[in-house]
Design a protein around this ligand. Sequence first.
Ligand code: NDP
Length: 444
Amino acid sequence: MSKKIWRHFHKKTLAERWQVLEEAGILAAETCQSLAEGEGMSLEMADQMIENVITTYQIPMGLSLNLKVNDKAYIVPMVTEEPSVVAASNFAGQIVSVGSGFQAEVISRLMTGQVCLTGPDDPNTQKAFADWVSKHQETILEWARTAYPAILKYGGGPRAVRSAYYSYQERGFYLIYLDVDTQEAMGANMMNTMLEAVKEQSCLALNQALAEDDKPLFDPLMAILSNHADQCLVRVQCDIPARKLSRPGLAGSLVAQRIAYASDLAQVDAYRAATHNKGIMNGIDAVVLATGNDWRAIEAGAHSYAVKDGAYRGLAIWTYDENNERLKGELCLPLAVGTVGGSIGIHPQAKLSQDLLGHLPAQELMQVIAAIGLAQNLAALRALVSEGIQSGHMALHARSVAIQVGAEGEEVAQLAKALAESTNINQETARDLLADLRQNKTDE
Ligand code: NDP
């Protein structure tokens, strides 16, 4: 597919964009037709999905174009209400993609769940419990397999068992962790089925093996998947010449050096780290949402991973190589996404996203999403250490304000331009400018 077809995509009308997607063979003519008709989730379907439904809630879907990951170009759907996220992703994605692109690898793809039993806060019981779990690993794996055999036919299944113990306020928390290969699914439901079976059977067996005087030692507290998905990790890297980062009046080498300093700051200051990571998640959440995945799970996993060594740190790290004048970026985080399960196969727009992405397997999807996260971080840092984030943001914010005060059709762009040139981008100014605009039209 020639890259030329994407030229000036953002300047095209909606109808022209659908036409590009159809001509490129990415979307079928019927799909483009249903987009033109504004089709989405039906109220009937919504009513089946959650409780007390009264309507559906729409959020725009945009595209990040030609994102190059491991030498393959992707069209990436992004669902977000925040202006500038899609523009930033395209901008930084292109800086990297016109060169060597992003290199990504899945480090591991196992989901982890936990069973917790409560019991005495006692070192002897703790040791007996750890020995029992170690000795019965295969039994525990078999309980899990029997509870959810369907995953075996896809090549997945429970893979590893380990134990842990915590003492808190004179109570013992006895934990069994289970790592499961959930294949194409995120796996929460299948894991929870396995874990509940392990909880019942392990509690019974442990009480039989370790109880004294027929008094049970352990009580089952809970069994659930953990969103601290540190066995489901993806790493993405990029390496770009500093000259590509130059800004008016600022050499690319200086911008690159400052990006590395900003990255260092996110390693030592939690206030900056949280915002650094929020910028990464601006991109990641948008693709996670577009693909019908559970963005709360992804958020929880990313932030718990950011604090894995005891201090909350930036997830993406940038270093500047002065000798070669190159900026290197790396992002490693858990991304427990699936391509089946949950609402993925039901939601019509999640299916549309799969068409746009080209029906990727889960591991490839992890790599693409991570690349979007790193691109998003690059765009934010480049703006922050040069002209600041506001000038780009405010121009796009002006469009939202224009819409809020009732601008329609061509008026939106005209009013946004006038607003961006004004000193105050607020509703009061927007109302005055809109009135002037309409008055001028009437006078013409
Ligand atoms: P499902 O419960 O829908 O299970 C996935 C199903 O997909 C499998 O059981 C299997 O069913 C089918 N399938 C088809 N092809 C494959 C394949 N190649 N690999 C694996 N499965 C395949 O979804 P999940 O277990 O993934 O659960 C995800 C949902 O759980 C999300 O909606 C999430 O929001 C929710 N959730 C999240 C929690 C959390 O994050 N803490 C907690 C609880 C729920 P079959 O054999 O019938 O084909």
